[in-house]
Design a protein around this ligand. Structure first.
Ligand code: GBH
Length: 495
């Protein structure tokens, strides 16, 4: 018996050995798999006050707090995609992608944020962009909100004020009715976790509020409602005619147990709930609502601290059921992996949890201190999502790496190749339902508090040249080849 048990537990690990965690897996993606590249409005467009655009929180934040941006820069001109969108589409075509993910600038369309003033020039810009994409055979995937809240709403408390969820729904209706005949893939919000914690918790991002454990939870609460209102309204008013899909883009690192001990495994599970679960559990789990562990831990801490109620707001049963299931697909932004063990939190970003995050010294580092190259973590994360949320349809809405090396970006080429390969393993070997991959980013752009110091583009942009020329990097050629082959050909098939 014992021997049999030993053999049985040994064989799978032998098989795993036979294909080591870093080995390439040779196979292809199905025909309905969509390859693409992603950007966001504030990071590329520029034209910050052109043709009637209103001010948003990133305009205000960078203009007022330039010391919070590494190189004291801003997105006033950025990659100038407001004027150079045709060049962007040319390089998308050169790459051979099926899909382009970009975001709409809310205050370009509605200068004050509310629908009392609609800027026809803003609508016109996105119409030109969308039409040009379609006539080049590229499918648009549109994010409604990538962190650039109209400033007028910030003056009312921004996302901490629940009324903003209604204004977001009004804006969503304007976008759905203007572009919904041609746009079939919608994302409501990009990375509500980052918007909440970095924008309202630690103040590293706009609007720069420092209220960790209070304002971040309020902001997240409003964003979950805003997302759901936009989803419901699409279903009610647009689904029948336009037959599109509406999802949300959530950011997650793989938060792996540091060792095989059950304490580390539990800590990893807790970390996944505080990070991905905060927004994924209410929308994608069977039960809905915030993860039980978040509710219990935050309630207990709040009580100890003398608060009258939990700092994490509560949803009514009605809202729990409305939010639950309010997504046609799971947009996933993934970059890196951390190791988790139990203990007093060692990150200013996690106030209420009890785990520590580290990264292994052997993992290759990059130009971003938080971003280590750990391809196998991607496969684990996809499997975790499959198991936690019952095999949702996943579109990888961002994946990429930072450098400052110019066009000879061999690290990026290798990064995309290995991460895409791990995703392929997740699909073929683990049965994960992943149907798209958007590389972050199409072009170098304004990297938030890092300004233009680090780059994520497959194409470089020279920010010192008023023409902002786009030049292909090595990584774009490698990505193009993967797309052309629809995956990875075994070495003997390569010339
Ligand atoms: C994505 O966020 C964004 O959607 C995209 O706009 C951005 O360009 C891209 O990543 C690259 O950063 O204080 O430790 O959190 C991914 C989440 C948010 C991770 C900012 C790094 C800064 C360091 N990123 N964060 S930390």
């Amino acid at each position: 018996m014992l021997i049999k048990a030993l053999i049985c537990s040994f064989i799978p690990s032998l098989l795993v050995r036979a294909m080591g965690e870093n080995d390439m897996y040779y196979d292809t993606f199905s025909n309905d798999f969509a390859f693409g590249a992603a950007t966001s409005a504030y990071q590329i467009e520029g034209g910050w006050r052109e043709d009637g655009k209103g001010e948003n929180i990133w305009d205000r934040f960078t203009h007022q707090n330039s010391t919070l941006i590494q190189d004291a820069s801003n997105g006033d001109i950025a990659a100038d995609s407001y004027h150079k969108y045709k060049n962007d589409i040319q390089i998308l075509k050169e790459l051979g992608v099926e899909t382009y993910r970009f975001s709409l600038s809310w205050s370009r369309i509605l200068p004050n944020g509310d629908i009392s003033l609609v800027n026809s020039k803003g609508i016109e810009y996105y119409n030109k962009l969308i039409n040009e994409l379609i006539s080049n055979g590229i499918e648009p995937m549109v994010t409604l909100y990538h962190w650039d809240l109209p400033q007028q709403f910030q003056d009312l408390g921004g996302w901490t004020n629940e009324v903003i969820s209604d204004y977001f729904a009004d804006y969503a209706r304007v976008a759905f009715s203007a572009f919904g005949d041609r746009v079939k893939w919608w994302l409501t919000l990009n990375e509500p976790w980052i918007q909440s914690v970095l924008g309202y918790g630690v103040g590293q991002f706009a609007p720069g509020l420092k209220s960790i454990g209070i304002a971040d939870y309020l902001a997240g609460h409003t964003m979950l409602k805003a997302h759901t209102l936009a989803y419901e309204l699409y279903k009610r008013e647009f689904q029948q005619e336009h037959e599109g899909k509406v999802g949300i883009a959530l950011d997650a690192s793989w938060l792996a147990p540091k060792s095989n001990s059950s304490a580390d495994k539990e800590a990893s599970e807790q970390a996944m709930q505080f990070k991905l679960g905060w927004f994924a559990h209410p929308i994608f789990s069977k039960e809905g609502d915030y993860p039980p562990i978040m509710k219990t831990m935050i309630a207990a801490k709040s009580k100890n601290e003398g608060y009258a109620r939990s700092r994490l707001p509560t949803f009514t049963p009605e809202w729990i059921s409305r939010i639950k299931g309010s997504s046609d697909f799971f947009g996933l932004n993934h970059y890196t992996t951390f190791l988790v063990n139990p203990g007093k939190s060692n990150s200013p970003l996690f106030k209420d949890s009890e785990f520590q995050l580290t990264q292994d010294d052997s993992w290759p580092s990059t130009a971003a201190d938080w971003l280590k190259v750990v391809p196998w973590g991607f496969r684990h994360l996809l499997k975790w999502i499959k198991e936690a949320y019952d095999s949702p349809l996943v579109i990888v809405t961002e994946n990429g790496v930072a450098d400052n090396r110019g066009i000879n970006d061999l690290q990026r080429a290798d990064y995309h190749k290995r991460y895409i390969n791990e995703m392929l393993k997740a699909i073929r070997l683990d049965g994960c339902n992943v149907r798209g991959y958007m590389a972050w980013s199409l072009i170098d752009n304004f990297e938030w508090s890092d300004g233009y110091m680090i780059k994520f583009g497959l194409y470089s942009v020279d920010f010192d040249d008023p023409e902002r020329p786009r030049v292909a990097k090595e990584s774009s050629k490698v990505y193009k080849e993967i797309i052309k082959n629809r995956g990875f050909l075994a070495p003997q098939h390569l010339e």
